[in-house]
Design a protein around this ligand. Structure first.
Ligand code: SLL
Length: 154
């Protein structure tokens, strides 16, 4: 396919997790007793902007202690919500629209459940969510003409 030489296009992306501990009085009784947190891992555009013109799907590979650890999300919101007891690394793969003719982009995100640092005790006592969000830039060096058009007209 035709590529636009000497040009790179960058698009911002937000990814990460938010984890909330169950308070003793609002634990769903149907959960396994060792599940201490509810969490969401996500990929999105800045200020929740639409990314579907260039992102086709997002795959989240969870720890193998989860049932069906590979979760593929084909439409927004590109996120997975689960409950559990432990922290682990989530392998996120962002797949681009066919016009891009690009391999998926791989990101490793560590799911954090527990607060740390000087305010950790207070944070924990208040059952506050632990947020671990990152900003990154996807780069499309020498994009296909089709992808160039998609990225520059949206
Ligand atoms: C640890 N290395 O040992 C980590 C692994 C895995 C967490 C943490 C599973 C929940 C379920 C779950 O929370 N796994 O489906 O039962 O800390």
């Amino acid at each position: 396919e035709l590529r636009v030489r000497g040009t790179s296009i960058y698009r911002p992306i937000i990814y990460g997790s938010i984890a909330t501990p169950f308070k003793p009085d609002n634990r769903p009784s149907t959960l396994p007793p060792d599940h201490t947190h509810k969490w969401t891992v996500m990929v999105k555009g800045p200020r929740d902007s639409d990314i579907t013109h260039f992102v086709k799907k997002v795959q989240f590979k969870l720890h193998e202690t989860y049932v069906n650890p590979v979760r593929t999300i084909e439409s927004p919101p590109f996120q997975v919500t689960e409950t559990g007891w432990g922290e682990f690394e989530i392998h996120i793969k962002i797949y681009f629209v066919n016009e891009a003719a690009e391999k998926p982009c791989s990101i490793f995100h560590f799911l954090t459940l527990h607060p740390y640092g000087p305010d950790a005790e207070e944070h924990r006592a208040l059952y506050k969510p632990v947020i671990s969000m990152n900003y990154d830039e996807l780069s499309f060096p020498e994009p296909t003409e089709a992808m160039f058009n998609i990225l520059t007209t949206k």
